[in-house]
Design a protein around this ligand. Structure first.
Ligand code: ATP
Length: 329
């Protein structure tokens, strides 16, 4: 459904600013009926890629096919297949749910009975039943987001693009929103691509793409990504992470990846993580604020992959292998 080929986007520089490459030679395939999450640290290029996919920005190079339609050559045909939920609210909060839906429907020539049918169909995926006459600013944040979803569904898209749709929602509202997306994928065969920083959301989707510095570092199923870290992870919170990392390297031959004040030793070689925890505490107690051993979750893979890319390349650039791209496809 989405095929991105060798996509590059460079923001032109100004008098004082050099050109900036936000997306670099990125290829990604999301087959029809899959739910994929796009993740990456701040500034990794997610929003730029999202804007290109919605047709809001034209890439410097590369090709994007949406349902076989060339987004750059025939944007109207490609856009007709998609519904988009942007990060910033795109509903009028002073109007009721129904009024918001009616305005959006009118843009697509839907009115009268046709509109009412489509509205009922769209609302069936949400928890908005009984709230049609309520002004959007009287709804909870979670329900207000569902109005955006219902708006997109009015046009029966085959692809849903969502930019951090659950940011700011409480866990229960997040869960309801994701349940609606999962049902749309399962019962309607809809393709869903969503950007997110919340890794608990990614545990049950079909595939997860991890970007950094405009490049795709990994793209695979959550299970396959988790399997990249086979053993336990030792996580150390330290007031002096660089000094402690140097000690671990010099004294114990261990590579620790730094993430803020945290050091992580993934799957420690030649010893179990609990044994290592005891050794670290015994030898470097003054440098340790907190220490724990845990089973790797997706978030740990994300930290591992992005930190490794930073360490490997120095300039933060890593490269996804075609193997990862294909296995998720
Ligand atoms: N309009 C612009 N002009 C110049 N550079 C830009 C512009 N928009 C983004 N960039 C740069 O492109 C890179 C990618 O930014 P982008 O916003 O796409 O990343 P992101 O992953 O969405 O970040 P965030 O999670 O913080 O929203 C960054 O280095 C950013 O500074």
């Amino acid at each position: 459904m989405i095929r991105i080929e060798d996509l590059t986007h460079v923001y032109p520089g100004g008098r004082r600013q050099p050109p900036r490459t936000a997306v670099s030679d990125l290829s990604l395939h999301v087959p029809e009926g899959r739910f994929a999450i796009l993740s990456g640290p701040n500034g990794s290029g997610k929003s730029t890629l999202f804007r290109i996919l919605c047709g809001l920005a034209r890439p410097s190079r590369g090709r994007v096919l949406i349902g076989g339609r060339d987004l750059l050559a025939d944007p109207a045909a490609a856009r007709a297949l998609m519904g988009v939920v942007f990060q910033s609210p795109a509903v009028d909060k002073h109007l009721s749910v129904q009024e918001n839906l009616a305005i959006h429907a009118a843009l697509y020539g839907l009115a009268g009975a046709a509109f009412r049918d489509r509205m009922a169909e769209a609302l069936a995926w949400t928890d908005l039943e009984g709230r049609l006459g309520d002004r959007v600013d009287t709804l909870s944040g979670g329900l207000a987001r569902q109005v955006e979803l219902a708006k997109c569904l009015l046009t029966r898209p085959r692809l849903l693009l969502l930019d951090e749709p659950t940011t700011g929602l409480d866990p229960a509202s997040r869960r309801s929103f994701l349940t609606a997306l999962t049902r749309l994928r399962r019962e309607r065969g809809m393709t869903v691509l969503m950007t997110s920083h919340i890794f608990s959301e990614a545990e049950d989707v079909d595939s997860v793409a991890i970007m950094a510095n405009g490049r795709l570092l990994a793209y695979d199923t959550p299970q396959a990504l988790r399997a990249r870290l086979s053993g336990d992870v030792l996580v150390i919170d330290s007031a002096a992470p660089d000094a402690l990392a140097a000690r671990l390297r010099e004294d114990l031959g261990l590579t620790a990846l730094r993430n803020g004040d945290e050091l992580r030793v993934d799957d420690p070689p030649n010893q179990d993580a609990v044994g290592l925890l005891e050794r670290v505490l015994a030898a470097y107690r003054p440098l340790v604020r907190g220490i724990t051993v845990k089973q790797p979750a997706l978030e740990d893979v994300f930290i591992h992959v992005t930190a490794e890319a930073r360490d490997d390349a120095g300039d933060g650039r890593g490269a996804a292998t075609s193997e990862h791209q294909e296995s998720a496809a």
